[in-house]
Design a protein around this ligand. Structure first.
Ligand code: PEP
Length: 248
């Protein structure tokens, strides 16, 4: 039985006031939450969130990394630095990074490997665009994204990876994949892993992301291959995030 995981992706949204209020709001409503909770915060707020979440049920994640551990890479942040602030997770290959910062499948695979090598758990994002889906290419696109990592790392390490299936057309749009659409792709992703390592296929959590909210979370998370959510917009408000956490 896989534990439900709910991860908040704050994206580039925060201030010290906002981060403090949001984390204390979440902490004050945690009773009854059984899901594992991860807050993926912008780099400058890792330290503040580390302090605020000490000894709590909230784990910390970042949203990107540089594959090098240190050196002349102005403006970049390494896995070692992320870990220095108590973070155990990092989002890799979010569709915004793929489309806005030209992160190819190869770059994403390299980052996943760097995260694993440093002991961070990657939250590895895959997902098709609307035109991919309309052309009937959802499975082919997602398979290519998964295989880029699998070819580089092997299947066994997927036991230490969280996958997030995020259809690009559902991210930040208010349009959510139906539970049937999401489950179908989640099952397909698990079947890819099964071809190489059945143990990994059974263990690897596959989260759904794309306009998940308190109103649709329960139905999505109750699908057989959906193990939780990666939440953007609804993670920025304590009550809505908590209500998603409680759906698990
Ligand atoms: C995301 O950016 O990972 C995401 C799922 O965003 P939203 O929940 O706002 O669609």
């Amino acid at each position: 039985m896989r534990q439900v995981i709910v991860a908040g992706n704050w994206k580039m949204n925060a201030s010290k006031d906002m981060a403090g209020g949001l984390i204390s709001g979440i902490l004050s409503g945690m009773s009854g939450v059984k899901s594992k909770i991860i807050a993926c915060v912008p780099f400058p707020y890792l330290s503040q969130v580390e302090e605020l979440t000490k000894g709590s049920q909230i784990s910390i994640g970042a949203q990107n990394l540089n594959v090098n551990s240190s050196g002349a890479f102005t403006g970049e942040v390494s896995a070692e630095m992320i870990k220095d602030f108590g973070a155990g997770y990092v989002i890799i290959g979010h569709s915004e990074r793929r489309s806005l910062y030209n992160e190819t499948n190869d770059i994403v695979a390299e980052k996943v490997e760097a995260a694993l090598n440093s002991g961070l758990t990657p939250i590895f994002c895959v997902g098709e665009t609307l035109s991919d889906r309309e052309a009937g290419n959802t499975e082919a696109v997602v398979e290519k994204q998964v295989m880029a990592v699998l070819d580089r790392t092997g299947a066994e390490v997927f036991k230490k990876i969280i996958i997030a299936y995020e259809p690009v057309w559902a991210i930040g749009t208010g349009v959510t994949a139906t539970p049937e659409q999401a489950q179908e792709t989640h099952r397909y992703i698990r079947s890819i892993l099964s071809r190489y390592d059945e143990g990994a296929a059974q263990i690897t959590p596959i989260l759904y992301g794309g306009s998940m909210n308190p109103g649709n979370a329960k139905e999505l998370i109750s699908c057989a291959d959906i193990d939780g959510g990666l939440i953007g917009g609804a993670s920025l408000e304590a009550e809505s995030f908590l209500n998603i956490c409680k759906a698990g």
